[in-house]
Design a protein around this ligand. Structure first.
Ligand code: PEP
Ligand code: MN
Length: 344
């Protein structure tokens, strides 16, 4: 439930309510709005009596949260959360673009990709150093050597770094190098990884599991939020359907649906959604038009020889063209005041 404080409530009133919440072994999550503080009370599912809090000084109202995800819900925070990627904030209406190879392969490949991503005007560089591959015989990533190359690419271009975490033990090491930690589709319900990500303050890019419902996806985000990390970005990356013409099916619906259910920013990855570079630009443009806060796009200087996901990677020139097109669409939407929030 949510405890809504009066606009006149003092810091001591808020602290008093938080102490009372904790005295019942419940967690208190503060959301400081410009006008008033809202305290989210989250427990283990036991019913919590409104009467325990309603008469405390400074309390205005108490409302239940109807959804099973609490901290991720728009009921908890009705505005859009702004989540940092380097100097930029995702969720404020500009299209934030993360580009780069599926995997860090070697110094030359990464630095060339990084420069291309920078020159195209994108905002962050991606590249996996630890790769969760479907086959144990596929390239598994360069590990810490890959992280070092990513750090070098950041020094060279100034772009913040997005890279994947695949196990809880690796989180502190990867967080030392990266600005944004990605949790991939295959790990969306790896609960110990979600908890470890929640204990850092790094921005987490959480990708939707390929067979996860929107509710499963939001519950996965809730794991991270409930551990104290509010910097979560959701990323739709295509789901499995009966269709086999493309690697996955882009669930464009998910963009406005998620935006209506949660305050967290929503990005689209059209590369894994389609699996084919020829369709990536079209889906990227659709995602922005549907209200996505940004895009994650695979870019490789030599896709034909990529060690992973070459078939869906854009070459630098096409990526630069796409960034331009996306900016045109995002600016037109801003000018016309179009957002992803459903009408009514
Ligand atoms: C990736 O981003 O390269 C990746 C493995 O993505 P996903 O987890 O969405 O398959
Ligand atoms: Mn990939």
């Amino acid at each position: 439930m949510l405890i809504i404080m009066r606009t006149s409530a003092t810091k001591a009133d808020v602290e008093n309510v938080v102490a009372r919440v904790k005295s019942f072994d419940l967690d208190a999550h503060l959301s400081d709005g410009a006008e008033r503080t809202v305290i989210g009370v989250v427990g283990d599912g036991r019913p919590v009596e409104k009467s325990l809090f309603i008469r405390l000084p400074g309390v205005d109202n108490i409302v239940p949260i109807s959804k099973s995800y609490k901290l991720a819900s728009r009921e908890f925070y009705p505005k859009n959360s702004l989540v940092p990627i380097g100097e930029n904030r995702v969720g404020n209406g500009s299209a934030i673009i993360i580009g780069g190879p599926c995997a860090v392969e070697n110094r030359e490949q990464l630095l060339e990709a990084a420069q291309a991503v920078k020159d195209a005007g994108a905002h962050a560089l991606r590249g996996g150093a630890y790769k969760p591959r479907t086959s144990p015989y596929s390239f598994q990533g360069m590990g810490e050597d890959g992280l070092k190359l990513l750090a070098e690419a950041r020094d060279l271009t100034g772009l913040p770094i997005v890279t994947e975490i695949i196990s809880p033990e690796l989180v502190p090491l990867v967080a030392d190098y990266a600005d944004v930690l990605q949790i991939g589709a295959r790990n969306m319900q790896n609960y110990s990884l979600l908890k470890a990500a929640g204990l850092t303050q790094r921005t987490i890019l959480l990708k939707r599991g390929m067979s996860a419902t929107i509710s499963d996806f939001l519950m996965a985000a809730e794991y991270i939020l409930s551990k104290g990390n509010q910097n979560v970005i959701l990323c739709e990356r295509g789901i499995r359907t009966f269709e086999t013409a493309t690697r996955n099916t882009t669930d464009i619906n998910a963009i406005p649906v998620l935006k209506s259910l949660t305050h967290l920013p929503v990005m689209l990855d059209p590369s894994h959604s389609t699996g084919d570079w020829r369709f990536v630009s079209s889906l990227a443009r659709s995602g922005i038009a549907a209200g996505a806060d940004g895009l994650v796009i695979e870019v490789h200087p030599d896709p034909a020889n990529a060690l992973s996901d070459g078939a869906q990677s854009l070459k630098p020139k096409r990526f630069a063209e796409l960034v331009n097109q996306v900016n045109i669409i995002a600016n037109a939407m801003k000018a016309a005041n179009i957002t992803a929030l459903p009408e009514g």
